[in-house]
Design a protein around this ligand. Structure first.
Ligand code: GLY
Length: 352
């Protein structure tokens, strides 16, 4: 099983793990931001890390593509890596996704570890073995399931993140709290991610990543239970794409936070999800994530986007819903009228 390490001494942990790994050469992959803001600082902290050969790719999800992948393979080849070498992916979801894919395919697979540098990456992308690149205009179109042998998670690397990035990652933690149950959810809603209490955040993160790890260990290839991690994402992805089309992109986690509220409204309508908890979540989301720029004129496009969701098996729109916190209903569907009613209630709750 994948080793998860929660520490605020990342540099020391990496030195220990590289030493133990006895690999045939160690490589670090970073993007142009994390090379400067994180990797260089880790090397300053522990100069032994200077012996690790650094590969840098341009930052941004638009660079999670075949060109960056080819660049990584060429660098590995040029520097003589083999399948006994070790790669450290140091970055957000973009770096851990493409780095995991590059390592899984180079020489039919070399060893790799993830060092997430964003809260979103730590709670989601770095853990659970989904790797890949965008292709042909579609996100995560080509990739493999393959878990990093270890994920080294620290909250002190988040100190340079903008507030919006922290809230964006925290939405996925709230999602995990909803999947886990009332107590885990309450602990999350009592904390404000920008309060900069990195020790508290580390312990909440450990609990939250534990939820994802349990789900993934039961269903690594998303045949059943892993679909629960899609809570909030059917509507969330539609909000995210709509905002992009309107030329005002929103962070992934903001779209997911709004998507969670709409899908909890649907959960209330179909599965009796408790209204007091729905109200609590919608208040939290309104306070920390604001409100999306959507009116009823946007409903037809939002529905179209939901129809294109790759989770749908047929013409119906697929949802993960909840009967209550901790009680998941997989493979649910809703017709267009129900979704539009849920959107109306969502807009009331959010005072749009
Ligand atoms: N991001 C959801 C999953 O890893 O399955």
């Amino acid at each position: 099983m994948q080793t998860l390490v929660f520490t605020n001494d990342v540099a020391g942990e990496l030195v220990r793990r590289i030493d133990e790994a006895q690999a045939y050469g160690t490589y670090a992959l970073a993007d142009s931001n994390t090379a400067r803001l994180v990797w260089n600082r880790l090397v300053e902290c522990r100069p032994e890390l200077g012996a690790v050969k650094l590969i840098v790719i341009p930052a941004g999800d638009m660079n999670k593509n075949i060109d960056s992948l080819t660049h990584i393979w060429s660098e590995l080849q040029g520097m003589g890596a083999n399948r006994h070498s070790l790669m450290l992916n140091v970055g957000g979801g973009m770096v851990t996704d493409i780095g995991g894919f590059a390592a899984s395919t180079f020489k039919r697979g070399m060893r790799f570890m993830n060092v997430p540098t964003t809260l979103l990456g730590a709670v989601d992308a770095a853990v659970g073995g989904k790797t890949g690149i965008n292709f042909g205009g579609l996100k995560n179109e080509v990739g493999v399931f393959n878990e990093a042998e270890a994920v080294v998670i620290s909250t002190c690397v988040f100190s340079s993140l903008p507030q919006m990035e922290l809230y964006s990652g925290y939405a996925e933690m709230v999602k995990h709290g909803l999947l886990e149950g009332n107590e885990a959810l309450s602990r999350l809603l009592e904390y404000d991610p920008v309060s900069a209490d990195y020790d508290r955040l580390l312990s909440l993160l450990e609990e939250s990543v534990g939820v994802k790890r349990r789900v993934v260990s039961e269903d690594p290839f998303e045949k059943g239970l892993r679909k629960s991690l899609n809570l909030g994402h059917t509507v969330g992805h539609a909000f995210e794409s709509l905002a992009m089309e309107k030329g005002c992109p929103v962070p992934h986690g903001y779209a997911v936070a709004w998507g969670i509220v709409v899908e909890l409204v649907l959960s209330h309508m179909q599965k009796g999800f408790p209204s007091d908890c729905l109200r609590r979540i919608s208040d939290y989301v309104r306070l920390h994530y604001g409100t999306p720029a959507v009116g009823c004129n946007d409903y037809p496009r939002l529905l179209e986007l939901m129809h294109h969701d790759k989770k749908n098996l047929d013409a119906r729109i697929n949802f993960t819903l909840l009967e209550a916190p901790g009680v998941v209903a997989l493979d649910c569907t809703a017709d267009e009228n129900e979704i539009m009613t849920a959107m109306d209630i969502f807009r009331d709750l959010m005072s749009i």
